[in-house]
Design a protein around this ligand. Structure first.
Ligand SMILES: NC(=O)c1ccc[n+]([C@@H]2O[C@H](COP(=O)([O-])OP(=O)(O)OC[C@H]3O[C@@H](n4cnc5c(N)ncnc54)[C@H](O)[C@@H]3O)[C@@H](O)[C@H]2O)c1
Length: 287
C-alpha cells in the first residue's frame, strides 16, 4: 500500500460506518492519522437506522489495527460546540490537520416524512459541511485538501417527487448547494494553496440505501419488497452495469483528492456514479 499520506492528519465526519469508515481505513492505510466524528444516534426524521457508538468503536479498532492513531468523538455536525471540541481534541493530540473529508449525511426518502425533514436534511448535509469546514480552516495550511461528499442527486432534479417526499427534496437541495459551495470555496482558497473538491457518488452499498423505505420507494407495486426486488431499479440509475458501488470505490477517489497526486486539482466535481449522468449531457460538457 502506498504511503503517500504519511505524517498527515485527516478529519472525517460520518466515520462510524459506511463510506466514512471506508475513507478512514483507506486514508489510514496510506499513512494518515485519523480524527473520526459521528453522531452515533438517531435523528427523529431519518427513517432508517443511523450509526451507534459500537459502529464508531469498530472504526477505531480497524484504524488501530492498521497501526495508525485515531481520535474518535461522538458529535453532531449540526452542533458547532461538539464539532469544535472534537476537532480540538484531534488537533491537540496530533498537532496538525491536513485533510478534511466532509462526509456525514442523511437521506430520509419517502412520502410519509414530515415537512421538517427537508430542513433537517439540509441542516446536516449542507449546514454540517459548512460547520466542518469553518471550524477546520484555522488549522489548514498550504497543501491542505478538503473533500466534500455530494451525490449524483446534485445533478438529477428527477429524484425529487411527491413519492420521494420532503427529505428527498432537501437532499437534492443540499447536494446541489454542496456542489456550488465546492466551486466557490475552491476559488477563494486557491491563492492560499488549499484545495477543495467534491466527490459525487452514485448508489453506494451502505445502510443509507440498503433499507426498507428505499425498497418500498423503488418497488411501490409490492407490499414488502426486498433488496432483490429493488436491485434492477438501483442498477437502472447507472450507465455501467452495476447496482451498487462499493464504498471502497468512493474511497479511491477520496484518497486521490486527499493526496498530492492531485496537487493541481481543485474545484473538481468528481463523479463516481458509474456513468449515471451520461444519460443526459452532464454538467460541464459543452452542448
Ligand atoms: N449510499 C449512497 O448511495 C450515497 C449516494 C450518494 C451520496 N452519498 C453520500 O455519502 C455520504 C455517506 O453516506 P453513506 O452512504 O456512508 O451512508 P451511512 O448512513 O451509512 O453513513 C452516514 C454516516 O453519517 C453519520 N451522520 C449522519 N448525520 C450526522 C450528523 N448530524 N453528525 C454526524 N454524523 C452524522 C451517520 O451516523 C452515518 O454514520 C453522505 O453524505 C451521503 O449523502 C451516499
Amino acid at each position: 500500500m502506498s504511503t503517500r499520506l504519511d505524517g498527515k492528519v485527516a478529519l472525517i465526519t460520518g466515520a462510524a460506518r459506511g463510506q466514512g469508515r471506508s475513507h478512514a481505513l483507506r486514508l489510514a492505510q496510506e499513512g494518515a492519522d485519523i480524527i473520526a466524528v459521528d453522531i452515533c444516534d438517531q435523528i427523529s426524521t431519518v427513517n432508517y437506522p443511523m450509526s451507534t457508538p459500537a459502529d464508531l468503536d469498530e472504526t477505531t479498532k480497524a484504524v488501530e489495527a492498521l497501526d495508525r492513531r485515531i481520535v474518535a468523538k461522538i458529535a453532531d455536525v449540526r452542533s458547532r460546540d461538539a464539532l469544535q471540541a472534537a476537532i480540538d481534541a484531534g488537533v491537540n493530540e496530533f498537532g496538525r490537520l491536513d485533510i478534511v473529508v466532509a462526509n456525514a449525511g442523511v437521506s430520509p426518502l419517502g412520502a410519509d416524512a414530515p415537512s421538517v425533514a427537508w430542513l433537517n436534511t439540509v441542516a446536516v448535509n449542507l449546514g454540517g459541511i459548512i460547520n466542518t469546514l469553518e471550524l477546520s480552516l484555522p488549522h489548514l495550511k498550504s497543501g491542505a485538501s478538503i473533500v466534500c461528499i455530494g451525490s449524483m442527486a446534485a445533478f438529477m432534479g428527477s429524484l425529487e417527487s411527491a413519492e420521494a417526499g420532503p427529505g428527498a427534496a432537501g437532499y437534492g437541495h443540499s447536494k446541489r448547494a454542496v456542489a456550488r459551495l465546492v466551486n466557490d470555496l475552491a476559488r477563494n482558497l486557491a491563492p492560499k494553496g488549499i484545495r477543495v473538491n467534491a466527490v459525487h457518488p452514485g448508489n453506494v452499498d451502505t445502510t443509507m440505501v440498503h433499507n426498507d423505505e428505499i425498497y418500498r420507494l423503488f418497488r411501490p407495486d409490492l407490499d414488502n419488497p426486498t433488496y432483490d426486488d429493488a436491485k434492477d431499479v438501483f442498477a437502472a440509475f447507472h450507465g455501467l452495469p452495476v447496482d451498487l458501488i462499493a464504498p471502497e470505490d468512493i474511497s479511491d477517489a477520496v484518497a486521490f483528492l486527499a493526496s498530492d497526486a492531485s496537487r493541481y486539482v481543485t474545484g473538481l466535481q468528481m463523479r463516481v456514479e458509474a456513468g449515471a449522468l451520461l444519460k443526459s449531457v452532464p454538467p460541464g460538457v459543452p452542448d
